[in-house]
Design a protein around this ligand. Structure first.
Ligand code: ZN
Ligand code: ZN
Length: 347
């Protein structure tokens, strides 16, 4: 089968690879329908290895070259005997590898697993006709969730977790910095939770996309905190989600929060940021990290099923697998208004 594999930065190839074969105990094979291109795929293309490790991963045993893709939907094609999944079950997957034995795994905090990793970065992912995954990763898709929407459940879980970390509630004013896929997922989930999202983004196409999805927007740039305060009229956001991964933005992100506000860093920057701790203490603001998600995928699927999450407008383009590499390279060099691009693996 063909698989889009990461070999090195700027070197992603559509390779001919062996099909995974017998999944083995605790694993399943999934025939992939759609797989989304994630910001982390773009980061690996541009500057990798970032999260990808040159060494074999302790849980998957795999090292590069590695098939990218961790935001997918598909159909179980083979499971081991005694599996809770029947052949033909429509699924998506929680991308997080976990050992199940370390202290944090035992507490249920599996996204903190000391051996943690991700499908599509630390084991072959879903930019291919077939993907082999640990069965614990699979989550069934309900009838009301299409294969395209199902492939959005993973990034939406990242957005939902970023709002759970600061305990978002109805009525919160959520300032979302950056309207890439994770910023968009955060804004969509903020709205689903009854909060109000205001999106800040420098790219005009992305800003227009946010507006078309019904979000209030502000152009990024000079005097942002002052403009956020003017727009919200409450001393700033009660929650600020920084999805930009731009180290220099952290101090502005802090200033965009009102007294007692919570600032969540969900984007991963490639360099250190500097911040003035006094600006946290004097305003009793909290700075919070958010890493992936845990236990959120089934919640997201339920919220999609009931319509609580409205993901319309999230997908800006669908491309076939043969074009996935070129699309990855385009998006890595120039972000555009498509936000979430899905790869249609079945053609
Ligand atoms: Zn992702
Ligand atoms: Zn663990």
């Amino acid at each position: 089968m063909q698989a889009l594999r990461w070999h090195a930065a700027e070197d992603v190839r559509l390779d001919e690879v062996e099909e995974p074969g017998d999944p083995g105990e605790g694993f399943a094979l999934v025939d992939v329908a759609y797989c989304g291109i994630c910001g982390s795929d773009l980061a690996e293309f541009r500057d990798g290895p970032c999260l990808i490790s040159p060494d074999a991963h302790p849980l998957s045993g795999q090292a590069p070259p590695i098939t990218l893709g961790h935001e997918f939907s598909g159909t179980v094609s083979e499971a081991h005997p005694g599996s809770r999944f029947e052949r033909g079950t429509r699924v998506t997957a929680d991308a997080c590898w976990r050992c199940g034995d370390c202290d944090e795994c035992l507490r249920g905090n599996y996204n903190w697993c000391r051996y943690g990793g991700s499908i599509g970065l630390h084991s072959d992912g879903a930019f291919a006709a077939m993907v082999r995954v640990p069965e614990y990763a699979l989550v069934e898709l309900t009838d009301g969730v299409t294969d395209q929407i199902g492939a959005l459940a993973e990034p939406l879980a990242v957005g939902l977790h970023a709002l759970e970390r600061p305990s978002a509630r109805p009525g919160d004013d959520v300032v979302v910095l950056g309207f890439g896929p994770i910023g968009a997922a955060s804004a969509i989930c903020a709205r689903a939770l009854g909060a109000k999202a205001i999106v800040v983004e420098p790219n005009q196409e992305r800003l227009a996309r946010a507006e078309s999805m019904g979000f209030d927007t502000l152009a990024a740039g000079e005097r942002l905190p002052r403009r956020v305060r003017a727009a919200l009229g409450a001393g700033g956001g009660s929650i600020v989600i920084d999805s930009t991964g731009v180290a220099a933005i952290v101090s502005d992100a802090i200033e965009c929060a009102r007294r007692g506000g919570r600032i969540v860093l969900v984007g991963l920057s490639s360099s250190q940021s500097s911040l003035d701790g006094r600006r946290l203490t004097l305003f009793e603001r909290s700075l919070i990290g958010s890493l992936g998600y845990r236990h959120d995928l089934p919640k997201v699927i339920k919220m999609l099923e009931t319509g609580q999450i409205d993901a319309s407008g999230f997908v800006g383009d669908v491309v076939p697998l043969v074009d996935a590499g070129a699309t990855l390279s385009d998006l890595a060099s120039r972000p555009d208004g498509r936000i979430k691009v899905l790869v249609s693996v079945r053609g």
